[in-house]
Design a protein around this ligand. Structure first.
Ligand code: SF4
Length: 383
């Protein structure tokens, strides 16, 4: 049994207007002495890792490690190295493990990237979002377009051969031409992987308030669909394979960590707000740094909630995640759940195949590019 490890690093130099991930910026009232807060967090994180590793039920071979957040690239290479060393001493880590750090171009320089590589990090997921300066200002990102490009080049010079870029489309007022320029810039940097996300207006964010007060208008759904289709076409014609609704990779460079999530594999999450999944039991940590460190200080697991998935939930989740990503293995599905997809959904599947929204290859039912754009609707039909 293989599995993944996730570490949530809840610090950002500045909170972006659209973001609802749990993180603390230096200006937040809770963050009086930011450096001390980070040190305190790291002590708690290491204690949580030790606490969890004592559970013999959670031992197996871990194939991927992902530092997400927040902004893990804010941490020093030696801090990341210490966490990695601890993980290796507490768990069985595959020597060939994929080790990813989400990287904000505004937090690294060539020396730091070289030190990340020397620490055993072998994949960077670089949050670029746009190559247009006005977009970056609107999104309140801390980096410039030049910094983003320099970051990718420096990462390659530092020896990273597995680089992913994050881009964001459907920004207010965005035209097809401007989005295509972003894709062209990204492709020209020759990354191995590109993730493209449509801007979502999350509740309780400054972005939501801007939309509510009509300071900005979101793009109409038809435009969002057009930009998404443009993305699929441009990346396909540049040799990227789409393997999930928002993810595209050169052959052999699919994110192993994310594939494990989408295949409902086991994973352990550490840090505030981190989620875990182990053989159909899910639990999640408190989304508050103070509560997190306090609980750990009292020798308690920082868990806020836990649920055992019912058989129906497992079936539904497996279908939904399979459709969003690499498809559903029909024979495997029957073996695991005693459900024949064709008996249960024959008419709908026939319709999907006939209309070119899905294909059946080697007994795997998967969506086509057109199907991906209608993924949520298709998943609803198959409930
Ligand atoms: S840097 Fe990333 S995690 Fe931090 S606020 Fe911005 S989008 Fe959110």
């Amino acid at each position: 049994m293989n599995a993944s490890l996730y570490l949530h690093i809840p610090f950002c130099e500045h909170k972006c207007i659209y973001c609802d991930f749990y993180s603390i910026a230096p200006g937040d009232s809770a963050a009086r002495d930011y450096a001390a807060l980070i040190r305190e967090f790291l002590v708690s994180l290491e204690a949580e890792i030790r606490l969890r590793s004592a559970d013999r039920m959670l031992q197996c071979r871990f194939e991927t490690i992902f530092f997400g957040g927040g902004t893990p690239s804010l941490l020093s290479p030696s801090d990341l190295q210490r966490v990695l060393d601890l993980l290796r001493s507490c768990f069985t880590i595959d020597p060939d493990a994929e080790v990813t750090v989400e990287t904000n171009p505004g937090t690294v320089d060539p020396e730091k990237l070289a030190a990340f590589r020397a620490a055993g990090i072998n994949r960077l997921s670089i949050g670029i979002q746009s190559f247009h300066e006005d977009d970056l200002r609107f999104l309140t990102r801390i980096h410039s377009s030049d910094q983003a490009k320099a970051c990718v080049r420096a990462a390659r010079d530092a020896g990273f051969q597995n680089i992913s870029l994050d881009l964001m489309f459907s920004l207010p007022g965005q035209t097809k031409e401007r989005w295509m320029q972003n894709l062209e810039e990204a492709i020209a940097l020759e990354p191995q992987h590109i993730s493209c996300y449509s801007l979502i207006v999350e509740p309780d964010t400054p972005l939501q308030r801007m939309v509510e007060t009509k300071q900005i208008a979101t793009l109409p759904p038809e435009m969002d669909a057009e930009l998404y289709e443009t993305t699929i076409q441009m990346l396909a014609s540049s040799g990227f394979q789409q393997y999930e609704v928002s993810n595209f990779a050169r052959p052999g460079f699919h994110s192993r960590h994310n594939l494990n999530y989408w295949r409902r594999g086991n994973y352990l999450g550490f840090g505030p707000s981190a989620h875990s999944h182990w053989t159909d039991v899910r639990w999640w940590n408190v989304s508050n740094l103070h509560s997190y460190t306090q609980r750990i200080a009292h020798g308690q697991a920082p868990v806020a909630g836990e649920e055992r998935l019912s058989r129906e939930q497992v079936v539904e989740e497996e279908m939904f995640l399979g459709l969003r990503s690499t498809g559903i293995d029909v024979a495997g599905f029957r073996r695991r759940h005693d459900i024949d997809l064709f008996e249960r959904y024959g008419d709908i599947i026939e319709d999907l195949l006939r209309s070119g929204l899905a294909v059946l290859e080697h007994q795997v039912l998967r969506l086509t590019s057109t199907g991906y754009s209608l993924c949520d609707e298709i998943a609803l039909r198959l409930r």
